[in-house]
Design a protein around this ligand. Structure first.
Ligand code: 5GP
Length: 190
């Protein structure tokens, strides 16, 4: 997605340890016009599939997921990183975050992820694929069907895509970062 790649090169910042910061337009302050374009691109890429629910994980996946769900007129559900005391019928899994160096519980209510669901998972970043594998686990526990996963940014030098494709998941990424070494952002031309 040309506009997204240009924006990453213009406003993205690179940190030690291969971390890309995009908090002026995706992760903290958000650009709704760009986010709408991201939703349009996910709709285009998954056109013709039988998706009936958009799923994401809080917090940064919610913006692209709601745009995609709005455009497709489909419900959007997000997995939570804290279990509300009032939540019932819970499915849970664990996700390890390399960026935060901790493992956390992720939950979703069975009321909103069911065997009738054909799920498109949308998130901000694909790195090692741990968050995505947690989602896959929740989808499988619910007896739902995963149609595919769409990421705004893929870190192509980490293993996420490989891990997911080995599990038979269709992966789409709107911008693939090929290198962040020496704090220079390189993006795949596709
Ligand atoms: P994974 O589970 O695929 O290793 O990492 C995915 C999650 O880690 C994303 O949802 C995102 O929150 C975070 N993440 C991984 N790498 C980066 C990065 O370079 N920049 C930012 N902002 N978040 C990242």
């Amino acid at each position: 997605m040309k506009l997204l790649k240009e924006r990453i090169l213009q406003d993205g910042r690179c940190y030690e340890g291969g971390i890309l910061k995009v908090d002026s337009f995706i992760n903290h302050q958000m650009d709704p016009t760009l986010m709408k374009g991201i939703g349009v691109e996910f709709v285009r890429r998954f056109a013709g599939s039988n998706v009936n629910k958009i799923m994401t994980i809080e917090a940064s996946g919610i913006a692209p997921a709601i745009m995609t769900g709005y455009l497709l007129n489909l419900p959007v559900v997000f997995a939570k990183k804290k279990t509300p005391s009032t939540m019932q019928n819970i499915l849970h899994t664990q996700v390890h975050s390399f960026t935060k160096n901790r493992t956390y519980d992720v939950v979703i209510s069975k009321d909103f992820l069911t065997p009738d669901d054909n799920v498109l998972f949308v998130d901000d970043f694909l790195a090692y694929g741990n968050a995505a594998l947690g989602i896959l686990d929740l989808v499988e526990q619910a007896g739902a069907n995963l149609v595919g996963m769409g990421f705004i940014i893929e870190k192509g030098f980490q293993d996420g895509r490989k891990v997911l494709e080995e599990r038979g998941v269709r992966v789409e990424a709107l911008a693939t970062i090929t290198d962040l070494s020496n704090c220079k952002i390189s993006i795949k031309n596709d």
